[in-house]
Every structure is written in structure tokens, then in C-alpha cells.
Design a binder for this molecule. Sequence first.
Ligand SMILES: Nc1nc2c(ncn2[C@@H]2O[C@H](COP(=O)(O)OP(=O)(O)OP(=O)(O)O)[C@@H](O)[C@H]2O)c(=O)[nH]1
Length: 139
Amino acid sequence: MGFSIELIQHQQFNLNFWDIGGQTSLRSFWFNYFDKTDFLVWVIDASCLFRLQESFQEFGKVLKEDRLTGCGLLVFVNKIELFKGNQKELVEQIVDLLGLNEVRNHAWNVVCCSAYTGAGLEEGLDWITEEYSKKYYIL
Ligand SMILES: Nc1nc2c(ncn2[C@@H]2O[C@H](COP(=O)(O)OP(=O)(O)OP(=O)(O)O)[C@@H](O)[C@H]2O)c(=O)[nH]1
């Protein structure tokens, strides 16, 4: 609910996360938070897949934002411990629905995760720091 800011230390990086609420009433505020963004982390609820179409529409609007050009894009498919189907197929479905194969201005990745069990979170953070290191030639 609402907004929160967290500093997460991962490898040699200090990652500042701005968690911006996803409720309809808060969406107009998102656009105040795009300056100097290196990565956008888009969280999808794997237990609520009927909302994917809505997610796709909002995602499209956000990606049109000039200030986000070139930022990395991590899609976390959260609550994955509740999903009983095939995860690989789910990821393919999300890539299709979000039109990620047509995205040209962003490095992107889709990672299944669970905020409850911690599964996938490390993988997502590793991807962020690897991409950042590649972009800025950090060894
Ligand atoms: N089973 C399960 N529940 C989760 C997981 N992550 C979050 N939840 C639950 O989902 C509910 C919503 O979590 P929030 O963190 O408030 O979700 P949010 O998307 O940030 O909500 P907004 O701030 O309104 O955008 C809470 O009841 C959480 O406990 C997860 O990985 N698995």
C-alpha cells in the first residue's frame, strides 16, 4: 500500500528501490518518479493472471515515457509459489502479452519470484547488477 523507499545492498552495489503503489488511484503519481531511473521493476501477480491485459495497457503507457528511455526492465512474476502450471510457458505468455520482443530501447528480463519464499529475488537482483555493470563497463 502506498509508497516506500528501500536501500538494498547487493554485491558491491547500493540499490535504491522506490516502491510505487500499483492501485488505480496511485497510477497518476508514477510519472513523478521517473527521473534518473536506471531500472524499472514491473511486478505481476502470478495468482491473478486475468489482470495481465490491464497490466499490459499500463505498461505500454509507462514505456512511452521519454525519461525511461534506455533504462533496464525487469518483470518480476511474483507469488510464483501459488502458480501450479508450467513456469516456462507462463514466462513465454508474459513476454508475448507485454510485447517484450518488440521492445528496442530497454534491456529486459522476466523472472519468476516469490516475496514469501524468496525464490527468484536473488536472480532478479543479479540481473540488475550485471546489466548495470555491462552498461557502465564496471568489472
Ligand atoms: N502468496 C504470496 N503472497 C504475497 C507475495 N507477495 C506479496 N504477497 C501478498 O500480497 C498482498 C499484496 O502485497 P503488497 O506488497 O501490498 O502488494 P503491492 O502490489 O505492493 O500493492 P500496492 O502497494 O497496492 O501496489 C499482501 O497480502 C502480501 O502479503 C508472494 O510472493 N506470495
